[in-house]
Design a protein around this ligand. Structure first.
Ligand SMILES: *Cc1c(COP(=O)(O)O)cnc(C)c1O
Length: 408
């Protein structure tokens, strides 16, 4: 036991030494006034690092639906789905999700993390061609930790292809045993880089090589496509992806995750995944809020357009000031700093001197040397707020003689 305690101490000291020890800042999110949060002393902070992308967490329709559910159904579901924890709300939400993504069936999980981990590990725990032929999984180099955990669980033959690199993906697909069961796993919008996957081309490769396709649309649901189903809907390629995964935690403004797919695939996961079976079902409060949020987002064209407009304005302003913004085609605006200490230093300075909260993103979320501030403007981040942020950064860059640079 003493050895283990020493080990923990050393491990934590090491993280501190690298400037990436995680300190949580207590900030109160408010039903009104987003994107301003409150410090414990009651003072306001302008937050640039929330994934409540469209401020749906504070939408009156969502709040009312959640409150009404709490008043009529109580706070919690009480037990797992299989026992007495399936409310008609859960069924309605799953039907809506299937419809949103053009699939037969939907399945709700307690988080997006669990949905990826449970769905992928359940698929890969099967041996469609017999025990001698494990799955070959083709996984984008920037895939989220939740997918990686699910993929690694049962040790398939794993091929990591370079981020969004179709040539590398095809090379790896072509080199694999043609008879082996294959799965391609990718995201649509990548959370730390803001890059968008070439979904149609990936779908075509999957068809050519007979691979199952698994798509994480966590940073795209609610935000892209005519009804907010994500990039696959926008690009007209929903049919090319066997399983689509999403979250209620980001653009929906609540919490929880889900998959959508064919009746057969979803039923198989529903019937086998421990992460689905052995856990208390989503509280009715959350399910009701998610259903309401989904309803609003289906036609939230103005919110989506305004979010894209604010992201563009922020990118343009940062770029005009010579600040190292990574130009992306999505709503995610990364400011590349490089160096954990410097990244945290910038964030601390903004918080203390400008009452602006920006989250430094360090290893292992991004590679060492690629530390960044990840900015996610919502429709409620006004031009004046953007000017305020860019002004503060510009002042700091001048004071500290930080490099002005163009990032490709
Ligand atoms: C946040 C995230 C998840 C997990 O979703 P939660 O609902 O927050 O658990 C999954 N995939 C990606 C790409 C994410 O960024």
């Amino acid at each position: 036991m003493k050895m283990f305690k020493d080990h923990c101490r050393q491990a934590l000291d090491s993280i501190r030494g690298q400037g990436r020890y995680r300190v949580f800042t207590p900030l109160q999110k408010r039903a009104e006034g987003f994107p301003y949060y409150l410090r414990p002393d009651g003072s306001r902070v302008l937050v640039w690092s929330a994934n409540d992308y469209l401020a749906m967490g504070g939408h009156p329709v969502v709040i009312e639906a959640a409150c009404e559910a709490a008043r009529t159904m109580g706070a919690g579901a009480g037990v797992t789905r299989n026992i007495s924890g399936t409310s008609p709300l859960h069924d309605a939400l799953e039907a809506e999700l299937a419809d949103l993504h053009g699939k037969d069936a939907g399945l709700i999980f307690t988080s997006g993390f669990v949905s990826n981990q449970a769905a992928l590990s359940t698929i890969l725990n099967s041996f469609p061609n017999g025990p001698d032929q494990p799955w070959h999984v083709f996984s984008d180099a920037k895939n989220h930790a939740s997918m990686i955990v699910g993929i690694n669980k049962h040790h398939p033959e794993k091929h990591i292809f370079a981020h969004n690199d179709l040539d590398d993906l095809e090379r790896k697909l072509a080199a694999a045993d043609p008879d082996a069961p294959k799965l391609i796993a990718c995201e649509s919008v990548y959370s730390m880089d803001g890059t968008v996957a070439p979904l149609r081309a990936i779908g075509e490769l999957a068809e050519k090589y007979g691979a199952l396709t698994y798509l994480d649309e966590v940073h795209a649901v609610g935000l892209y496509g005519p009804s907010g189903a994500g990039v696959a809907e926008r690009d007209g390629v929903l049919g090319m992806f066997d399983i689509v995964e999403g979250t209620f935690g980001k653009a929906f403004g609540l919490a929880g995750g889900y998959i959508a797919g064919s009746q057969l695939l979803v039923d198989n996961i529903r019937s086998h995944a421990p992460g689905f079976i052995f856990t208390t079902s989503m509280p009715p409060v959350v399910a009701a809020g998610a259903l309401a949020s989904l309803g609003v987002l289906k036609t939230a064209h103005d919110l989506r357009a305004r979010q894209q407009r604010q992201a563009r304005y922020l990118r343009d302003e940062l770029s005009a000031a010579g600040l190292p913004v990574i130009q992306t085609e999505s709503h995610i605006v990364p400011l590349l700093i490089g160096g954990a200490h410097c990244c945290k230093g910038v964030a601390d300075w903004l918080f203390e001197n400008a009452s602006i909260y920006v989250q430094p993103i360090n290893y292992p979320t991004v590679a060492v040397g690629e530390e960044r501030l990840r900015l996610t403007p919502s429709p409620l981040h006004t031009d004046a707020m953007i000017d305020e942020l860019v002004g503060a950064l510009d002042y700091l860059w001048q004071q500290q003689h930080l490099p002005r640079q163009k990032v490709a």
